[in-house]
Design a protein around this ligand. Structure first.
Ligand SMILES: NC(=O)c1ccc[n+]([C@@H]2O[C@H](COP(=O)([O-])OP(=O)(O)OC[C@H]3O[C@@H](n4cnc5c(N)ncnc54)[C@H](O)[C@@H]3O)[C@@H](O)[C@H]2O)c1
Length: 355
């Protein structure tokens, strides 16, 4: 790929490659934009088919973090790390120690955390080499419950916009993916009296949710077409596409999965069909808000963190308002909001401070 062309087009600041011959570490850190503050974004470990795929992933995901952190009102920029390797086979102590050393060399421009294939246990190892790490078990820990709470609040805001009441009582919600986030989301929905239709590719996950909450299970490919009020994608990206959108019966799409729209035009299509789409990087921002509270001057406090996660309701409501007032799809309204904050606060740099 033509790296500089891509970086210029998307506004990236930095792309750094790290290699350690002892541990075999091959890591890439992409820093998209640090206008708002140091770049925060997780470290993903994945068996990439090739280096181009890993580079593209790091660049794409780091840009997504700039938008998410901006939309969440955080004073943090966007970055992401990827480690090339199989998370089931290649994780070692020395690999994550080496990664931590390399993160330290970036001097705090990039703060790492867990992501797909990397958990809190690895972050504890990384912390031995750098203080530029978040999502630690003795602090904010696993971000998934906070993400699920944010999705639940965002869903309430969508319900208010569509049905005039934020209550989800009696609403039928189809949840795709019953992993870390999907499970906690089901709990919130059940507690509020929503009715659940669920699917996962692993029968044991379906079984445990169906045992715990009254939920109707359907096959993974059947979830799009069920008679539901709300569709909550909590599994994979790109699930809103030419094949799935025509099947949807729901009035609202609100879930945690990243990059739900296969292409921007699928966001336009949902808008044309009158299906309210809660932009993914806004509704799933609860996890990063929770992690960011580790940097609060008084230290991490769960109540304060969750109070800020709860404001995802207001953020989603504001995006719906802009979308309706300007006649633009919600995904576009969310982009504009995130870009506008970076632009507006970036202009503060013109004020010279005493040296
Ligand atoms: N964990 C977080 O805090 C967080 C934060 C922001 C975004 N997200 C995004 O939310 C989504 C879920 O995250 P998670 O942490 O719960 O992941 P997870 O891996 O714990 O759960 C994903 C679940 O989806 C299931 N799944 C995969 N393909 C499926 C399919 N075709 N149909 C039905 N189920 C399928 C998996 O079996 C798994 O149970 C991901 O897209 C993730 O990137 C998560």
């Amino acid at each position: 790929m033509n790296v500089f062309e891509y970086m210029e087009k998307h506004g990236h600041e930095q792309l750094t490659f790290f290699h350690d011959r002892v541990s075999g570490l091959k890591a890439i850190v992409a820093i998209h934009d640090t206008t708002l503050g140091p770049a925060l974004g997780g470290c993903r470990m994945w068996n990439y088919a090739g280096e181009d795929e890993a580079i593209t992933d790091a660049l794409r995901l780091s840009k997504g973090m700039s938008y998410k952190n901006s939309a969440m009102g955080l004073n943090l920029g966007g970055g992401k790390a990827v480690i090339i390797g199989d998370p089931r086979k290649d994780k070692t102590e020395e690999l994550f120690r080496a990664f931590g050393k390399f993160v330290e060399t970036l001097g705090g421009r990039y703060i790492t955390a867990e992501d797909v294939g990397v958990g809190t246990a690895e972050m504890v190892v990384v912390q031995q080499e750098t203080s530029h790490v978040a999502g630690l078990p003795e602090k904010s820990g696993d971000p998934s419950p906070a993400t699920a709470f944010g999705v639940y609040r965002g869903m309430q805001a969508c319900a208010k916009a569509v049905w005039g009441s934020e209550s989800l009582r009696g609403k039928v919600v189809a949840v795709q993916g019953l992993g870390h986030v999907g499970y906690h989301l089901c709990r919130h929905l059940h507690d509020e009296g929503a009715r659940l239709i669920v699917s996962d590719i692993f029968p044991d996950r379906v079984e445990s949710v169906v045992q715990e909450f009254p939920a109707m299970a359907v096959k993974p490919e059947a979830i799009y077409a069920v008679e539901a009020d709300i569709f909550a994608p909590c599994a994979l990206g790109a699930i809103l596409n030419d094949g799935t959108i025509p099947q949807l019966k729901a009035r609202i799409v609100a879930g945690s999965a990243n990059n739900q729209l296969q292409e921007p035009r699928h966001g336009d299509r949902l808008h044309e069909l009158g299906i309210l789409y809660a932009p993914d990087f806004v509704i799933n921002g609860g996890g990063v808000v929770n992690v960011a509270h580790e940097f609060a001057p008084a230290g991490y406090n769960r109540d304060r963190a969750y109070a800020q996660v709860a404001t995802i309701y207001d953020k989603v409501a504001r995006i719906i308002e802009i979308s309706r007032a300007e006649g633009v799809p919600t995904y576009r309204a969310a982009d504009l909001l995130a870009e506008e904050r970076i632009e507006r606060l970036g202009r503060l740099n013109r004020i010279c401070l005493p040296r």
